[in-house]
Design a protein around this ligand. Sequence first.
Ligand SMILES: *Cc1c(COP(=O)(O)O)cnc(C)c1O
Length: 334
Amino acid sequence: MRAPYLHHRFPALRDTLAHVPLGAGPTPLTPLGAWASNGGAEVWLKDEGAFGDGDWGGNKVRKLEWLIPEAQRRGPRTILSFGGLGTNWGYALTRYAAAHGIDTALALVDQPVDDHVRAQLVRLRGSGATLHHTRTKARTAACVPWLLVRHVSRGRLPYVLPAGGSSAVGAIGYVETALELAAQVDAGTMPEPSHLVTAVGSGGTAAGLLLGLRIAGLRTRVVAVVVNDTLRLDAVALVRLARRAERLLRQRGADLPDQRLTVDDLDVTTDWLGPGYGHATPEAEAARALAAAHEGPPLDPVYAGKATAALLAMNAARRFGDGPVVLLQTNGPR
Ligand SMILES: *Cc1c(COP(=O)(O)O)cnc(C)c1O
């Protein structure tokens, strides 16, 4: 089995930060065609959709490789977490946690219901998770004490994870992915990217990449395309999460160089959100159609579609200089 780059780089973590392999890396890194360059820099796709057990992949599985052993270390049998009605996170969590003997309870808030969300709800209902439809953020917060008590098992409170699995431990999954990308660059798969574009739904992916690219010594800038307006996901919040992940690695014994991450180290845009989380935008629909017409990646409307729309427009405006740019495909097989 593949040993994590983090364990290789910081041997002290082998005993303090356990990892369970849930997918096969490195994920494919391939050039996209002229349609993605849009007159600007060359674009490469890092296909995180390929990460997972083959039935359900994507970026949440990267986080679970670190979150599941952490849950086991803490002892409780149930994980309590949160998401929208169509939560990819909740479904991935339930599936992979169950395979490791951990039950999942989810509190779900409303989001616009389209076919994609409807299909996901059917999957969630059949997943074995205990679902609580708490509808709004405020009601969810008010229900937390009850949810904690309701899901006590073997005398222990549940292990509570934030929406999207974007705790400091979850973000470590994308520190690891950044080190994997650096190894691919090192091996000559592609030149050092100038930018890496990713959707931001709960922040763990962007924050982990920010920290990991710095640890790897790449100058690649993270372009964070915010697709969720129900959480605070500005540069301050993303850097704070990256710093929490950094602190965690230090506490667990990693001998990290001083990173001094600041809000100037990443670009955050909310220009592609549209009316809000889960709402379709014409730009994202156009990006999805364009990718489909060129046999590009299958982009979902909520995340990767909006990230790709941002990439296309920024590339047309020559925002990436000479590039090349990496587009992170976070959407897994469905
Ligand atoms: C959750 C998710 C994201 C966003 O990642 P975060 O770490 O939550 O910011 C992007 N794409 C897809 C398909 C997702 O499910």
